[in-house]
Design a protein around this ligand. Sequence first.
Ligand code: M6R
Length: 607
Amino acid sequence: MCGIIGYAGGKQAAPLLLDGLKMLEYRGYDSSGIAVFDGGEIKMSKAKGRLENLDEITDGGKKLHGVIGIGHTRWATHGEPSDINSHPHVSETGRFAVVHNGIIENYIEIREFLTAKGFTFKSQTDTEVVVQLLEYYHKDDIFETIRKTLNKLKGSYALGILAAFEPNRFFAVRKDSPLVIGLGKNENFIASDIPAVLKYTRTFILPEDKDIIVADGKSVCVYNTNHELVERERLNVDWDVESAQKNGYPHFMLKEIHEQPKAVEQTVASCVKGDKIEFENVKYSAGFVKKLKKLYIIACGSSYHAGMIGKYFIERNCRIPVEIDLASEFRYRRPILDKDTLTVVISQSGETADSIAAMREAKTHGSRVLAIVNVVGSTIAREADDVIITRAGPEMAVATTKGYLTQVLTLQLLGLYLSDKLGLNGESYRTYLEEIKRLPTAVQEVIDNKEQLQILASTYFGNDTAFFIGRGNDYALALEGALKLKEISYIHAESYAAGELKHGTISLIKEGSLVFACLTSDELYDKAQSNAEEVKTRGADVIALVKKGHTAIEKQAKHIIELPALSDEIMPCVAAVCLQLLAYYIAAARGCDIDKPRNLAKSVTVE
Ligand code: M6R
């Protein structure tokens, strides 16, 4: 989704804004623009398409002079990607320039209101009403102008604002859209995301909804809705700059796949203390856990797939029913939950609009909310009652890999934590914990065996469709494997619970169909093998993922990928890595733009 950056300091703003926007590219975008104060005037450049276009027309930012500015990458929602629709937008007199992330829901109404007052609009965007409202309301007090404008807006926004009559500072506000303030040395920033300015600072302020932020090179002031100067939560991040850069890898996705042993190690180190699990910000009493009637897991996309593995793990080991729902469904379902339900919201970014809304909905039912989030200081991390931070580090590729894996692992650790509270910490508890401690090595082993996956990718990359099948955890894995493949390679990939094939889908199987059969569970191996036989009989090429040595599938499978053997319950942690690599190499063989797949955004901050 759109990315925002703002700068005030002693350096030339435009090159720095461009640099920051490059760091926001991963969010997904289709046009970009920057505006700076140049000799007391607002000067602007915008370009459709890649940031290189903006870079080129501004000569790397050199054509715009000035030390204060705002920048934007736009992911089109209202109006096609074009120079006119891209941000910044300027008001009729040129007094205001605005960049915006989010959606102004009542923009049609405001547009009609302003048109009736004689305003004309150049773009098809919802954002232009914001800048024209600023113009409409402006008398002399800028704060009053911004307040009146905000009062008129419905929807979500993070806004960076330049006012021509205030050339020594910029303004910003947010409501339900991410925005952080970065504090540098004699320079200050705003950004949609921490990585955008990680090069310059690791100290951040987290503004609250409708705060007005005023920044110049020397200071940042935050005012609440009563116009009182307030102190907001500060955050010092320990992410390193390298972790947000490709460091020689052709794509962030491949780099992030390779970072998984470390991510797993950091996740384990953060909460496994000997044979106990202790989370920094979760302190449930045995009494609280024993009283729980249900867990409700809510998430979107890959986080939802991780949640499925969590559901199976927690139900099996804690014997507490776990319901799981897509956040976009949950929020409108009139869900049944109360104070005896623990709601677990999973989100890598912590900014997914549907997950935020679902979390708020769960709270209105009196349910305690536990967030499993990767981005510290994100909206979900801040609003949840309890938080577990996954230790993946910054994830830049749109396709999640280390984010997803650390979610799966965290859910397993949560399951063990809850089972311990319930006194269910017997033999399997210890086995799982031992295997989890050995996971970094097992994950590394999968990565080291990538050659076989590269060969398979070079054989099958031309296929138009692929099927992923499995049972239990393997079904959850199949869902994730198919999503990974389709989002980056554009191959039509479908996932099915293997037992469901006969209920319709098998009619699609024909000579040469590509079927990835996940058979990493001993318990369900025979059943899944029969399903593999069914598709093989109809001509499919079966590629089977199995535990090392579990090769009875050789009669049905054209290729077998053997994975480090762990308990059925822990196998998803290694099998997922294999599916990620397969998707990556297939997409690479097809020449796809892996880190920036078409139409996708890293964090989906609109509904
Ligand atoms: O940041 P979140 O975990 O809330 O994001 C949810 C989904 O948008 C995300 O997992 C998406 O499905 C991934 N890009 C898939 O790789």
